[in-house]
Ligand binder design. Structure first.
Ligand code: ADP
Ligand code: ADP
Length: 237
């Protein structure tokens, strides 16, 4: 069964912009899916709808774990299951990498917990997640002294610490140089293949999509215009 589905989902923003035309699409286990399209195509809207940061104007979002996502409780559980990674990683610069990784687990008690300190178990989890993204040795380094690519990988470690069932990454390499971009995409690919966490990542670069995706979903004007493996794209483009 698919892990997550959109069933005839349409998104119209309050100002009347149709960001996503009625769209039906399934996401499967084990796949790295790239949402590919130019700026304004609807990639971010589609990702945010999958996580229900954006509510569909019509249609339904369905999760294998939870079913139809219409109750506030189930939406909250779904948001925990689908960790979101943003272009602006929203780290707290003056805090160390390990603290940033653990923040998502602390929620509204984070202020007090950073004063009191973390448990042995929390520290172990944070170090595991940082090791996973190749940043074990930066655990105590302030995030504002890390490079852009390293910060993005701390963002991925923070998503992993949430122990998600799926990872959604919105243009995670848009502001990175090619070497850092490839490193970040390699980390996402290994999380998908080795940790068996399906990843959906939006990109606007065709070459990265071809190199890293199992499946490419092409978006234009709020519509899916292509859906298939990268090999099929090479034949049509
Ligand atoms: P992409 O991620 O591919 O750049 P978006 O999903 O951000 O595309 O945007 C799709 C369309 O919706 C664009 O025309 C954009 O200007 C518009 N849009 C995005 N967010 C909002 C919003 N909060 N209010 C109104 N229009 C928006
Ligand atoms: P909040 O409490 O944040 O206002 P609600 O849980 O009341 O959010 O939902 C806001 C709106 O979004 C409701 O009108 C609901 O019908 C719609 N909605 C929520 N989840 C879904 C979904 N999975 N598919 C379609 N519409 C949804």
């Amino acid at each position: 069964a698919p892990i997550l589905c959109l069933d005839q989902v349409e998104v119209i923003y309050p100002n009347g912009t149709v960001a996503l035309q009625p769209t039906t699409v399934d996401f499967e286990d084990g796949e790295l899916t790239v949402l590919l399209g130019p700026s304004g195509a609807g990639k971010s809207t589609l990702l945010r709808t999958l996580n229900l940061l954006v509510r569909p104007t019509s249609g339904a979002v369905l999760s294998r774990e939870i079913g139809t996502l219409d109750a506030t409780q189930s939406i909250r559980a779904h948001r925990r299951d689908t960790a979101m990674i943003f272009q602006q990683h929203q780290l707290i610069g003056r805090m160390g990498a390990m603290h940033n990784v653990l923040l998502s687990r602390l929620g509204r008690h984070s202020f007090w917990r950073t004063l009191v300190g973390f448990s042995e178990e929390e520290r172990r989890l944070a170090l595991e997640c940082l090791t996973r993204v190749g940043l074990f040795e930066k655990a105590l380094t302030r995030c504002d002294s890390l490079s852009g690519g390293q910060q993005q990988r701390v963002g991925i470690a923070r998503a992993l610490a949430q122990e998600p069932k799926m990872i959604l990454a919105d243009e995670p390499v848009a502001s990175l140089d090619p070497a850092s971009s490839e490193r970040v995409l390699n980390v996402l690919r290994s999380i998908c293949k080795e940790d068996r966490i399906p990843v959906i990542v939006s990109l606007h670069q065709l070459d990265y999509a071809k190199a890293f995706a199992d499946r490419i979903i092409g978006l234009a004007g709020g519509q899916i215009v292509f859906d298939g493996p990268p090999t099929q794209l090479s034949e049509t483009v």
